[in-house]
Design a binder for this molecule. Structure first.
Ligand SMILES: [Zn+2]
Ligand SMILES: [Zn+2]
Length: 145
């Protein structure tokens, strides 16, 4: 057995266990989406996942890939990163953090005690920093009522 095949077989086993746990049917679509996202470190969007899945299952629709991804995210299998696309603009350019409400999209500032430049110096950043921001998402007080 080739290394790739061996890994695919292993992934399939792991995925079959998830399906059993969540009571899902282990469909070719779900398996293809799982194989595509599992171990992918590029934070892919739905379109790039769809493109990869389509190369194996040509009839799969963008809607089903989207639905499967959200299903995975809803069960904690993957994370869904929201509020990344769709630009928002900020007139405050001094170092500060953002709390973003996942429900209403409100963005509130909070002050940072730590110096982001010093903080970044302690991390192994895989690139050249051009923007620094600390971001939390959750529910604002209004939406949490
Ligand atoms: Zn809110
Ligand atoms: Zn701000």
């Amino acid at each position: 057995m080739q290394g790739d095949e061996k890994m695919d077989a292993r992934k399939q086993e792991v995925f079959a266990a998830f399906c059993k746990k969540f009571g899902w049917k282990c469909t070719p679509q779900r398996l293809a989406v799982y194989n595509c996202i599992h171990g992918n470190r590029k934070h892919p969007d739905v379109d790039s996942i769809w493109a990869e899945v389509k190369s194996k299952l040509p009839t799969v629709t963008r809607e089903s890939v989207y639905r499967i991804l959200n299903e995975f995210a809803g069960h904690g299998l993957i994370w869904r990163l929201d509020h990344i696309t769709g630009a928002r603009y900020d007139s405050n350019t001094t170092p500060h953090g953002h709390f973003i409400c996942e429900e209403c999209g409100a963005i509130a500032d909070f002050s940072l005690e730590l110096d982001p430049e010093k903080f970044a110096g302690q991390l192994e950043i895989p690139g050249v920093i051009r923007h620094m921001e600390m971001r939390f998402t959750g529910l604002c007080p209004e939406c949490n009522k």
